[in-house]
Design a protein around this ligand. Sequence first.
Ligand code: CTP
Length: 435
Amino acid sequence: MGFSDPQSLSGKRILLVVGGGVAAYKALELVRRLRERGAGVRAVLTAAAARFVTPLSFASLSGERVYEDLFSLTDEQEMGHIRLSREADLVVVAPATAHLLARMAQGLADDLATTLLLATDKRTLLAPAMNLRMWLHPATQRNVATLRGDGALFVGPDEGEMACGEFGPGRMAEPLAIIAAIEAALRENTLLPLPFAAQGPLAGRHLAGRHVLVTSGPTREPIDPARYLSNRSSGKQGHAIAAAAARAGARVTLVSGPVEIADPPGVATRHVETAQQMLAAVEAALPADIFIGAAAVADWRVEPSADKIKKGASRAPPTLVLRENPDILASIAQRREGRPALVVGFAAETRDVLAHAQEKLARKGCDLIVANDVGAAAGVFGADSNEVHLVSRAGVQSWPRLDKSEVAARLLAYLFEKLAAGQTRRDGDAVMETP
Ligand code: CTP
């Protein structure tokens, strides 16, 4: 459970929203325990919470100023509410009262606490505390189900004797149990995808009716029947993009080189080996609304030998004559007819990432380059996460290191916005005006 690690939360930032209930005093102990483990804690009190515990107690225990009022000018000057909600690694609501759960489930933003909860891009962990009948009430249970569906995490409530003398579920989880839940939550990526890219029951089908064409994986260029030229691409990013596009309601064609991962569900996958086969499969799949070239296409092919090249004792090492492969991305981006509205390339670079990406954007004529650093230090090949920069004619947008599936969901949300805004290419105009 991690209780024993004295610095298990070192460097983590917790935004603690304290609701107005008797259990608010336990939130003070939670702050103390979080601080012991190295976490920074910023507390936000609802007006009701401030009647149970004083802001001063939280300020002294957390060592940071405590926030209460949405409309306080100094709060906005020193720390805008958006920043307050974004700087945390995790948002914790303890105690989460029935009223606060109801406001959250409704998406109300009528005070600082609920505004932060709506504006945050991080996951929220809720520790409910209320009378047992309030907890068991269908309205509360509906709200809990809604919040779970939105991705909120819960810890507790516990069963036990309550302040009101009744016995049953409704006691706030103990601070150490909340700490364990915080540690567990922080082991996962706590950054939320944009809501319209949400998965599960609320999935936005924002790409319904669109055809998204994706290339993924390496290509394999035969040298002889036994050998080939290839590269280290795992296909994880391209496949994640195809899967996310399918989840977003698009018809998806994936043209994949040889990879060791499964075909994504709901995606028409064409398996190819060489760059020339990949180009043919891509052309056969047109027209498309969006083309995303995530494959690591081998730049060169070899004139393959029909027979296995033998080394032979006396023979000099063979010379491989390389021929340039067709550039699939450039040929799709530069089509006069049937060009997809958005053409997206990837740039895997080991140095001067942005400069090379900009040059590639111009040279290939695509609308967006998703650039990443694949130097050994970045550990991207085969990894599950990726740190990318979106380079368009309008500028650069850099994203933090994200799971590849999250990069995929966000990229599609981004492209959807571009499509929806009708910023498609016309007569060589800049395609995307905002980075
Ligand atoms: N690409 C392609 N066909 C090729 C080569 C590349 O479609 N023959 C696409 C890739 O899928 C990727 C982008 O082009 O989206 C970047 O390719 P990359 O190989 O990194 O760029 P190059 O043009 O080869 O430039 P360099 O080798 O100098 O990095």
